[in-house]
Design a binder for this molecule. Structure first.
Ligand code: AR6
Length: 208
């Protein structure tokens, strides 16, 4: 799937897919609307500068989106990951993408929802998004696609996780370095998750 074939949230508002929210948590910013997309489907098929992997601390693969990414990228990804020495929760590391159509993979480790206190888990999840975005900027990457980190096997409730993801990305878009990114794509797998994003995106990215 090419970037040109993924509509921006500005286009989603225009076509009526996204509707204005009663509650606006951030002021409207027209520039942001062309920087964000919501895509439902397989993240491994995206032809973009970087996709994010919801990994574990070993960085050596697993189930869920991690398993799908390793399977599609091929064994060379595992070989590169072996040399990274793992990754702490809330941190991110970058690799090549091998057989994937994307250029790079940014591996981030989300919190396990059943471990630790609410505040720490929220900060760790926010840190996953922040450190991934920073890696994209440091490597001059123009696009980054995020799966819904921690909301599968790690059990983070989708609504709470989506508020954290949207708030952090919105603040990043408003920052000085934010304009260096051409597109941030939120990738959802299930219809339920898509509905949550469609409901909450207008609160964080209101249409002017
Ligand atoms: N494309 C996009 N999204 C996907 C795909 C895909 N191909 N496959 C699953 N999802 P999860 P976590 C969605 O469980 O909760 C692994 O074993 C999925 O529906 O992949 O952070 C790791 O090694 C869900 O919405 O990640 C870790 O041990 C979202 O991706 C652990 O799971 C994240 O679900 C990480 O758990």
């Amino acid at each position: 799937v090419r970037l040109a074939d993924i509509r921006t949230i500005g286009q989603a508002f225009q076509s009526g897919v996204l509707k204005a929210a009663a509650k606006q948590r951030h002021a409207p910013n027209a520039a942001c609307l062309d920087q964000i997309s919501l895509f439902q489907g397989d993240i491994t098929g995206l032809q973009v500068d970087s996709i994010v992997n919801a990994a574990n601390r070993s960085l050596l693969g697993g189930g869920g989106v991690d398993g799908a990414i390793h399977a599609a990228a091929g064994p060379e990804l595992y070989e590169e990951c072996k040399g990274l020495g793992g990754c702490e929760t809330g941190e991110s590391k970058i690799t090549a993408a091998y057989k994937l159509p994307s250029k790079h993979i940014i591996h981030t480790v989300g919190p396990v929802y059943s471990r630790g206190d609410v505040e720490t888990r929220a900060q760790q999840l926010e840190s996953c998004y922040r450190t991934s975005l920073n890696l994209a900027i440091e490597n001059s990457l123009k696009h980054i696609a995020f799966p819904s980190i921690s909301t599968g096997i790690y059990g983070y409730p989708i609504e709470a996780a989506t508020h954290i993801a949207l708030d952090l990305v919105r603040r990043f878009c408003d920052s000085d370095v934010g304009s260096k990114l051409d597109r941030v794509i939120f990738v959802v797998w299930s219809n339920k998750d898509k509905e949550v994003y469609e409901t909450l995106i207008p609160e964080y990215f209101p249409c002017p």
